[in-house]
Ligand binder design. Structure first.
Ligand SMILES: C[S@@+](CC[C@H](N)C(=O)[O-])C[C@H]1O[C@@H](n2cnc3c(N)ncnc32)[C@H](O)[C@@H]1O
Length: 335
């Protein structure tokens, strides 16, 4: 018997419940705190902005264990409202106590869209980024908080996000995908159809110079779109595009702002990179032009799940089109 399983559109309450449930587990918080690049960049950024934070009121959107709230107190904040929707807020209360910061940090359990704060704030801090930046769609909650609770002239950390795309050439990927064709010889079971499935997700490798596809520092957001254009500097088989992001923090006393990067050329973070596999590798030679357009938008099933659509042309090849969805194993969690 065969039947087609059509994914049901989840109502918003259920989408949110699934999403917040995923943050009740200790593992995801362990993974985030243990991501030294992530956590230490936030810490440095907050301490570097102590001039703007000292004596001020801060809103931590999606406080989790409260780690960023505590960095803000270390930077001299007078008061921090640590808003967290899921039950990890109870642990945040314990951690705040353990660090003797109860007089400075008020943990508030609820969504930032529904809680009532006693006052407006001068600073918003949040770690809202998901896979390929926009998976989970938490940015909209930060923008909501900005419009409702940030005083004029207040600051948001981070204050800018950029998305990048780059073509990838990785011979190991094709070997790994071919592995599924070898299973039959080893065990008498044909698993070659797994090769297509495996194209959905694999570990990333080094891309050519990335092209920035999107930059935004103000305004609400549902979908993003950007064009890209590359020229090859050698011969290779392109088998994927790789998408990654940076977020930037202002650093008033430093010549350069502080950048948290998920580039494959930088130290690894728990976000890694989103790798979008082509149906088959395409050979490029010196100066072959790769052009296209990428768009990211919420999936039909859930506004929290992001789809990535790429239209591309490689050299003389006719225009190709492919849509990718961030796999279910990543729902809610970020790595
Ligand atoms: C990526 S985690 C960051 C946690 C913590 N700030 C840190 O840096 O370790 C995002 C957290 O935001 C919470 N969250 C997401 N959207 C929220 C919302 N609209 N209101 C309150 N909390 C939210 C999630 O439950 C999750 O704990």
């Amino acid at each position: 018997m065969s039947h087609v399983v059509k994914k049901r559109k989840l109502d918003k309450t259920r989408q949110d419940r699934l999403y917040f449930d995923s943050y009740t587990d200790v593992t995801i918080h362990e993974e985030m705190i243990a991501d030294h690049v992530r956590t230490n960049t936030y810490r440095m950024a907050i301490l570097n902005n102590s001039e703007s934070i000292r004596g001020k009121v801060v809103l931590d959107v999606g406080a989790g264990t409260g780690v960023l709230s505590m960095f803000c107190v270390q930077a001299g904040a007078r008061k921090v409202y640590a808003v967290e929707a899921c039950s990890i807020a109870e642990q945040a209360v314990n951690i705040v106590k353990q660090n003797n910061m109860e007089d400075k940090i008020e943990v508030i359990r609820g969504t930032v869209e529904t809680v009532d704060l006693p006052e407006k704030v001068e600073v918003i801090v949040s770690e809202w980024m998901g896979y390929a930046l926009l998976h989970e769609s938490m940015l909209n909650s930060v923008l909501y908080a900005r419009d409702k609770w940030l005083k004029p002239g207040g600051i948001i950390l981070p204050h800018k996000a950029e998305l990048y795309i780059a073509p990838v050439s990785d011979p190991v990927v094709e070997d790994r995908l071919h592995f599924w064709y070898t299973v039959k010889d080893q065990y008498g079971v044909d698993m070659s159809c797994m090769s297509d499935f495996a194209r959905g997700t694999c570990s990333p490798t080094r891309p050519a110079s990335p092209s920035s596809i999107y930059t935004r520092d103000r305004g609400g957001l549902r979908s993003v779109k950007g064009k890209f254009n590359f020229e090859s500097f050698g011969s290779a088989a392109v088998n994927a595009f790789c998408v990654f992001f940076t977020v930037t923090f202002p650093c008033p006393d430093k010549p350069q702002p502080l950048v948290l990067s998920t580039s494959p050329f930088k130290p690894e973070t728990h976000w890694k990179q989103a790798v979008l596999y082509l149906d088959s590798p395409v050979d490029v030679v010196q100066d072959t032009v790769v052009t296209g357009e990428i768009s990211m938008f919420p999936s039909e099933e859930s506004a929290r799940h992001i789809c990535i659509h790429v239209d591309y042309t490689i050299g003389e090849q006719k225009r190709q089109s492919k849509t990718f969805s961030i796999p279910d194993w990543s729902s809610g969690a970020q790595s």
